[in-house]
Design a protein. Structure first.
Length: 185
């Protein structure tokens, strides 16, 4: 079964006061860390990578990487609108895996392990976690597609995990992997 890796790069960066994804983080544009992390999937027939964005620079770079570009809805509609855009662009029979583009510390090998272990788990949905929190990436079997399409506002896929612990695959990662940046760095 094919897994769609959907990078979410359509936010407004309201708390950041500017476009954080195109800002430099340790000598590299922040969004490029996510692009490089998921490049582990690039030449595999069982994975596809796409980027939900309305930013021209991010879209052009996505095309250079060979990733499919999906037009992001206006950021005022919240992250759920970007999730829906990603779901609607994916094949109905594919696993859906979402990753935000502001977590520069997540490692490629751990991302690959997460997706591969999820497939073996027999669970409907999966998420990464550390000692103190849950985070991105998240992953969903095709049966979760309609629930993802029902999301609204600034609530991403985390709403789907509520009261579904027995159906959820959990993958532990170091806390630093889940660090995102919402203020100037």
């Amino acid at each position: 079964m094919i897994t769609e890796i959907i990078l979410l790069a359509g936010g407004a960066s309201r708390r950041f006061n500017g476009n954080k994804l195109t800002s430099e983080f340790k000598g590299k544009k922040l969004f490029l860390y996510a692009f490089d992390t998921v490049s582990v999937f690039k030449n595999r027939a069982d994975y596809r990578v796409s980027v939900v964005t309305s930013n021209k620079e991010i879209a052009e770079k996505a095309e250079e990487y060979g990733y499919k570009v999906i037009d992001a809805p206006p950021p005022v509609e919240g992250i759920a609108a970007s999730v829906r855009a990603g779901v609607n662009s994916a094949d109905a029979n594919h696993i859906l895996c979402f990753f935000v583009c502001d977590q520069p510390h997540f490692k490629s090998d751990e991302f690959l392990n997460f997706t591969e272990e999820f497939k073996k788990s027999g669970k409907s949905l999966g998420r990464v976690y550390s000692e103190n929190s849950f985070g991105s990436p998240t992953i969903f079997l095709p049966a979760e597609r309609e629930r993802l399409l029902e999301l609204t506002g600034d609530c991403g896929g985390k709403k789907l995990f509520k009261n579904r612990e027995s159906e959820t695959f959990l993958f532990k990662v170091p806390e630093i992997y889940l660090t995102d940046y919402d203020i100037k760095f």
